[in-house]
Design a protein around this ligand. Structure first.
Ligand code: SAH
Length: 368
């Protein structure tokens, strides 16, 4: 098994049968070796730096009805909120003062945030702090919308593909949502020139090793700049509320494999991982992750943005959470960087100030 790990590290791929064997492997020595190789790959590209992203959960209104998600439109028990433009700008500025050079605006698919409103917010964020990267995570929109937001200054976009297996996608989503449309959105984002992130939940109900293999193959093909993965965590007010959560162990293994497939990828230790394990963030770093996304949302918003139950919300002030994070990263030999933290090969060392246009223009138009 160790030889498989070395082969994956050297060749950045594995034959399917070997990848399946690695996914099934529970041998502690092999896993320690896998994590060590993943750290080596990460440190060769990003050194010991941990990039932080200030997450602002700015709306939990959502028109979608994803079967796993606590803010799905059918969840009548969700208490809905949206932040005003002023609140968003104030959270981002407080984050900037603390050292956050990337802000991530994440929300449900909320029709209130038209292109006009969202572009104005992106422009204001860029005008206030030109050395700050803006990441959006607001779901499926039209090509025109993605282009307008990019032109307004958005640098990166997170849109998890959720699963690269159509049948599994259909198990997790209502009939009106489309696997093809989600994938078309991802291709579109990349072609526009966004640093693009895909990703999936680990241990979603009905997920098999074959599904995970398809996710890894998709990631290797798509070559995203970012990949977000975290364990599925049930939410009682959803149709999948009675299923078991994904595991920390499998999530860590997948983080390490993804790092070896894409050595340059920006790979967060996600909140869902930290929710299942108090040391999830450290463990994620030690498995090859290099990004953390602390929450900058106002306290009342954090509890309402409940995608799953028991979300680790770092009850205290963001400033305390950040100094705690700094300490924890130092305890494992890493350091929190004050930097935009762009994807390495997308910048030529100049960072977000030298944004490149996508080469493949135009892309297929998604039609949400
Ligand atoms: N509306 C945006 C943001 C979605 S929330 C979009 O469509 O991209 C961000 C991610 O949280 C989702 O992509 C999903 O993978 C994850 N998520 C949602 N519910 C979850 C749950 N119950 N457990 C773990 N992760 C969940």
């Amino acid at each position: 098994m160790k030889r498989l790990v070395d082969r994956l590290a050297a060749e950045r791929r594995l034959p399917r049968a070997d990848m399946l064997a690695l996914l099934a492997c529970e041998d502690a020595q092999t896993l320690a070796h896998l994590f060590a190789r993943a750290r080596q790959a990460r440190e060769a590209v990003y050194g010991k730096d941990v990039y932080i992203r200030g997450l602002i959960e700015f709306t939990n209104f959502c028109k979608n009805d994803c079967l796993y998600c606590g803010i799905r439109r059918s969840n009548a028990r969700a208490r809905r909120y949206r932040l005003s433009r002023e609140e968003i700008l104030a959270c981002a500025e407080a984050g900037y003062q603390m050292g956050f050079r990337t802000v991530v605006l994440q929300g449900g698919e909320d029709a209130y945030f038209t292109d006009e409103r969202l572009c104005a917010i992106v422009r204001a964020l860029k005008a206030a702090r030109p050395d700050r990267a803006v990441t959006l995570s607001v779901g499926e929109r039209s090509r025109e919308s993605y282009q307008a937001l990019f032109d307004a200054g958005a640098d990166r976009y997170l849109l998890r593909h959720e699963t690269a297996t159509k049948a599994h996608y259909e198990r997790l989503h209502p009939p009106e949502m489309s696997y093809e449309r989600r994938m078309a959105c991802l291709a579109c984002l990349k072609s526009i020139g966004y640093q693009t992130g895909c990703g999936f939940m680990v241990g979603s109900p009905g997920q098999t090793a074959e599904h995970l293999l398809a996710d890894l193959e998709f990631i290797a093909r798509f070559q995203p700049q970012m990949v977000g993965i975290g364990p599925f965590i049930p939410h009682r007010d959803t149709p999948l509320g009675a299923f078991a959560a994904g595991t920390v162990e499998l999530t860590l293994k997948l983080l390490a494999i993804i790092r070896l497939l894409l050595p340059n990828v920006l790979l967060p230790a996600t909140t869902a991982l930290a929710t299942l394990d108090a040391r999830g963030c450290e463990k994620g770093m030690l498995a090859g992750a290099n990004v953390v996304m602390p929450n900058l949302s106002p306290a009342q918003a954090r509890e309402k943005y409940a995608l799953y139950e028991g979300k680790a919300t770092a009850a205290g002030e963001t400033a305390n959470a950040l100094s705690d994070l700094r300490r924890r990263m130092e305890s494992i030999g890493y350091r929190v960087a004050v930097a935009c933290g762009d994807h390495r090969s997308s910048t030529d060392g100049e960072g977000i100030l030298t944004r490149k246009k996508g080469e493949h223009d135009p892309c297929t138009t998604p039609n949400p």
